[in-house]
Design a protein around this ligand. Structure first.
Ligand code: SAM
Length: 257
């Protein structure tokens, strides 16, 4: 789901919760809160919480949770799903919380979108008392399913469409990510790279979430050709039941505060 798209509407935020969260981010969230060592009574901040998948995973481990995001539409969905948790509007680069307000600060699938990434990491370190965990997509070149999508987008919808997808992988180079933490004054305790998969029950569902939002300006003929190309290029990631599992590299970075 393209950032420019779901930033616009409640409908798009609901689509994100219904498609992207089960396809991809629920599995990430389980890892993120485990890396943060969230346990009963921990105060946990989910930075750029979106529809709240990390906050919910932290609450399931007994944490006392706050989710913060700039996007009101995403927060409205978070609130609909879990009205019992605390959701706040706020910018990651100016977190509206005091020093050491939380034990653990977790941010997932968001650092690449922040205007000032170093400032955001510094803010996470300021409000965290024990640990900061950041999880982001890794390298596009190491994420086979997405590399295929990027090629199809470039071929049919142009470089700008490809770049919208590429923006998700903008901090995927390990050296770049390490450098951002260092410049923010955060000491990395563990840097784990793992190969995840975006899972969908069928290719149409997968393309509706992962391809079409990046190509919303193309006409129906081009769209049909793009989908046909994807059917061929993504065939290696489709199983006998028609289910899709597109590999994506993920970096999980844990910094002790
Ligand atoms: C791909 S979503 C990830 C949402 C959620 N963390 C998840 O794992 O599903 C990226 C989120 O970052 C939020 N975001 C982007 N820039 C932000 C900023 N400067 N401060 C706070 N949130 C921001 C967006 O509104 C969006 O909800």
């Amino acid at each position: 789901m393209a950032e420019h798209d779901y930033a616009l509407s409640r409908r798009a935020a609901e689509f994100y919760e219904a498609t992207m969260v089960p396809a991809l981010f629920t599995a990430w969230a389980t890892r993120a809160v485990a890396a943060a060592g969230v346990g009963p009574g921990d105060r946990v901040l989910d930075v750029a919480c979106g529809t709240g998948v990390v906050a919910r995973a932290a609450a399931a481990r007994g944490g006392t949770v706050v989710g913060v995001d700039v996007n009101e539409a995403m927060l409205a969905v978070a609130r609909r799903v879990r009205p019992d948790l605390r959701w706040e509007v706020g910018d990651a680069t100016r977190l509206p919380f005091g020093d050491d307000s939380f034990d653990a600060v977790v941010s997932q699938a968001a650092l690449m979108f922040f205007g000032d990434r170093v400032a955001a990491l510094r803010e996470m370190g300021r409000v965290a008392g024990r640990v900061v965990v950041v999880q982001v997509p890794g390298r596009l070149a190491a994420s086979a399913g997405y590399l295929a999508l990027a090629d199809v987008l470039a071929r049919h919808a142009g470089g700008a469409a490809r770049d919208l997808l590429g923006a998700y992988f903008a901090v995927g180079e390990p050296a770049l990510l390490r450098d951002l933490f260092e410049r923010a004054g955060l000491r990395i305790a563990r840097f784990e790279s793992w190969l995840g998969a975006t899972r969908s029950p069928d290719l149409d569902t997968f393309l509706a979430a992962e391809l079409l939002p990046f190509a919303d300006s193309v006409g129906p003929d081009v769209r049909a050709r793009m989908v046909a190309d994807c059917r061929a290029e993504l065939a290696p990631f489709v199983d006998a039941t028609g289910g899709v599992a597109a590999p994506i590299e993920v970096h999980l970075v844990t910094a002790a505060v």
